[in-house]
Ligand binder design. Structure first.
Ligand code: 5GP
Ligand code: MG
Length: 180
């Protein structure tokens, strides 16, 4: 694959600031409790690691891996569970940790699936809330950064499995993705 053109959108400093703020809010709201972070692989890898380090609240971590069929940049609405939780979540205070909410299909499928396992509470924390293409009515309880539209990479987010390792978040030029 050829290199794509990208512009810096959210710096590592901005990301760190927002994560500190999110962790502060979670610490306040879950004071005296223990939480379970359900990290959605692979995109949330770095966010989960940094959020975990920023939290004072005792937190366990488990992982799910979801894939939605469709093009690289657009969700089809069909969500496949490729890897499931090992931890029973019944009566636990659970927070889903997502990299980005776009159409909302992925999150809705995961949220409903976890809800059936009767956690004591279930909240959603996303680093990025992409508003323009939302197709289902689902809102994250904790949002790091809101943006309108555009395809982003870096800080765990990939394009064709590349660029996850970048410490900052970049906006990819639209003509270089299969975006309409
Ligand atoms: P949704 O089901 O909300 O449409 O899609 C959520 C998933 O699509 C995210 O967890 C992420 O893996 C992927 N995604 C959505 N928007 C972007 C984006 O701008 N950049 C990257 N790299 N992935 C995205
Ligand atoms: Mg992805």
């Amino acid at each position: 694959m050829t290199e794509v053109h990208m512009d810096l959108l959210f710096s590592r400093e901005r990301i760190a600031t927002e994560i500190a703020r999110l962790a502060g809010r979670i610490d306040e709201e879950y004071a005296g409790r223990e939480i379970l972070l359900v990290s959605v692989l692979k995109g949330s890898l770095l966010f989960t690691a940094d959020l975990l380090r920023a939290l004072k609240t005792p937190a366990a971590v488990d992982f799910v891996r979801l894939a939605s069929y469709g093009s690289d940049t657009q969700s089809s609405g069909i969500v496949e569970f490729r890897y499931n939780l090992e931890t029973p979540i019944r009566n636990r205070d659970v927070i889903i940790v997502e990299d980005i909410v776009d159409s909302g299909y992925t999150l809705e499928a995961l949220y409903n699936k976890l809800l059936m396992q009767e956690p004591r509470s279930l909240k959603i924390c996303t680093l990025i809330d992409k508003r323009a293409r939302r197709e289902v009515a689902i809102e994250a309880d904790y949002v790091g950064i809101s943006m309108e539209d555009g395809f982003i990479v870096g800080y765990g987010l990939d394009f064709d499995e590349k660029y996850r390792q970048l410490a900052d978040i970049y906006l990819v030029k639209p003509e270089e993705t299969s975006l309409p």
